[in-house]
Ligand binder design. Structure first.
Ligand SMILES: [Zn+2]
Length: 268
């Protein structure tokens, strides 16, 4: 059965950082994936902003989508200004319904960034409405509620990230690195966020690009190490040697798949 997955990230880089690996594996297995940035990323840079930055980041999101063989969309909402409004609830519900999603990914709602938090809230708010016949009647409802999952994070309050499933991504790590390199406005420019604030970042362009990419990829190694037991449960002894992973927590709204079904929904 071909699955349809839609991932929501607040900015044109969030889906890529949290789910490029699993997306590459889903597409390789014949499933259909779409990444949606709920804002256009037009303030996350120190030397450029507004329309030109939004256009640049939309092009970067399309570039990463081409690398992964998925679809991408960037909503024209200002960075830093996303709110859980009725209009946005309808937009998110429409996107999930149009995609006829089996699986939806989003941020947890305890994240540090308001756009991340409200992306999570908007998906949670849409969870039941995507199957409601008389909500956004211009788009047919999903035939059944999708299962909703959160990206991993390191926030501790009100509770730490609690993964339901983990995916080894060593075999697709080069694709994930290529996605990061395809987003220089985020991860290579001298005046990008990490380019300015990451401690120890080199001055030269090539060195900076490699340094930030490796720092980001190390976070997937942290996920593998933090949830090593889950890797061993899923992959047996091979799980001890897996270097990079992405993990996902099941949202209590939406469909609740069994453990056996979870292992089918997420690629090995
Ligand atoms: Zn973000």
């Amino acid at each position: 059965m071909s699955l349809r997955i839609i991932a929501f990230g607040a900015h044109p880089d969030d889906c890529e950082l949290k789910a490029a690996g699993v997306a590459a594996k889903w597409t390789a297995a014949g499933h259909k994936v779409k990444f949606v940035a709920t804002t256009n990323g037009d303030v996350g840079h120190f030397a450029m902003g507004g329309g030109p930055l939004a256009l640049r980041r939309t092009a970067e999101a399309q570039h990463t989508a081409n690398i992964l063989g998925i679809e991408a969309q960037v909503l024209d909402i200002h960075d830093g200004e996303l709110l859980p409004t009725l209009e946005n609830r309808r937009t998110i519900a429409r996107l999930i319904r149009e995609w006829q999603a089996d699986i939806v990914l989003c941020h947890r709602t305890c994240d540090y960034h308001p756009d991340h938090r409200y992306t999570g809230v908007l998906v949670e708010d849409a969870a039941v409405l995507v199957a409601a016949a008389f909500f956004v009647t211009d788009v047919p409802p999903c035939p059944r509620n999708p299962a909703i999952f959160y990206y991993s994070d390191t926030f501790k309050k009100p509770y730490p990230f609690d993964p339901a499933i983990i995916v080894a991504i060593d075999d697709v790590i080069e694709q994930k690195k290529a996605c990061i390199e395809a987003m220089p406005s985020q991860f290579a420019d001298k005046d990008s966020w990490q380019g300015r604030y990451l401690p120890g970042v080199p001055d030269d362009d090539e060195g900076r690009k490699n340094f930030i990419r490796d720092w980001l990829i190390d976070r997937d190694a942290d996920v593998a190490n933090r949830y090593r037991e889950l890797l061993v449960q899923r992959y047996g002894d091979a799980g001890r040697n897996i270097k990079y992973a992405e993990a996902f927590e099941l949202c209590q709204y939406g469909r609740q798949p069994s453990a056996a079904e979870l292992a089918e929904l997420f690629p090995r």
